[in-house]
Ligand binder design. Structure first.
Ligand SMILES: Nc1nc2c(ncn2[C@H]2C[C@H](O)[C@@H](COP(=O)(O)OP(=O)(O)OP(=O)(O)O)O2)c(=O)[nH]1
Length: 195
């Protein structure tokens, strides 16, 4: 069986793989995401894929013979890419910007082995946010916790964040940052999981 390495520090991604009983080790990528974003001229979806590629290729050389998974997720709103909020004030301003509107969570997923990309996948989820009231937002900010800056949208869709939405079009796991089903298929193809 081939060993899988998750090149991510994301608690969400780790939890999804753990709950799906996928065997893996963790070796977070140490790339300068800011530098990649500063000079990037593509779409938010292309940026997410490029960041996932760079994370997988940064870790692969030190994980000889293993399958390395790089992932990234970007919030796209009106054609612009947004990263995680730096603090609660920014998270609140972000939610005010997004309420009553639709944004997308776009994701990139890449598997690399010995410095070569062997599989990649892109995901897109349309997130229709309720026009929440200021009083709702006050309560949300009080109760949301660390996801305000740990999650790209400032919400945990599997938790309190669900109350933000009137409709979501897309795969549940992709919203959380890891398109699990296409990944499981790739892991079976590459000998990490049995068929
Ligand atoms: N639990 C949870 N996490 C979410 C949700 N939506 C987005 N996220 C998380 C997944 C990722 O950890 C994060 C997206 O940011 P990135 O793709 O840059 O990953 P992150 O910096 O966390 O880790 P990495 O760069 O892979 O080491 O947001 C959600 O609804 N629930």
């Amino acid at each position: 069986m081939t060993a899988l390495v998750l090149a991510s520090g994301s608690a969400s991604r780790r939890a999804i793989l753990d709950k799906a009983c996928v065997p893996f080790t963790i070796d977070p990528a140490d790339i300068d995401e800011g530098a990649v974003k500063a000079g990037f001229a593509g779409t938010p979806a292309e940026l997410a894929l490029e960041l996932a590629r760079q994370k997988a290729l940064a870790v692969s050389p030190r994980q000889a013979g293993k399958l390395v998974l790089g992932a990234d997720q970007v919030l796209e709103f009106e054609g612009r890419a947004y990263d995680k909020s730096r603090d609660e004030a920014e998270a609140r301003a972000r939610l005010i910007m997004l309420r009553g509107r639709t944004h997308a969570l776009v994701g990139g997923l890449v598997l690399a082995c010995d410095g070569q990309i062997v599989w990649q996948h892109q995901s897109r989820c349309e997130m229709h946010v309720r026009n929440v009231s200021d009083s709702f937002l006050d309560r949300y900010m009080r109760d949301a916790g660390s996801i305000l800056t740990a999650g790209v949208g400032g919400y945990a869709y599997e938790g309190l964040g669900a109350q933000l939405f009137e409709r979501v079009e897309g795969d549940f796991f992709s919203v959380l940052g890891l398109p699990l089903l296409p990944l499981l298929d790739a892991l079976r193809q590459h000998g990490v999981l049995e068929g």
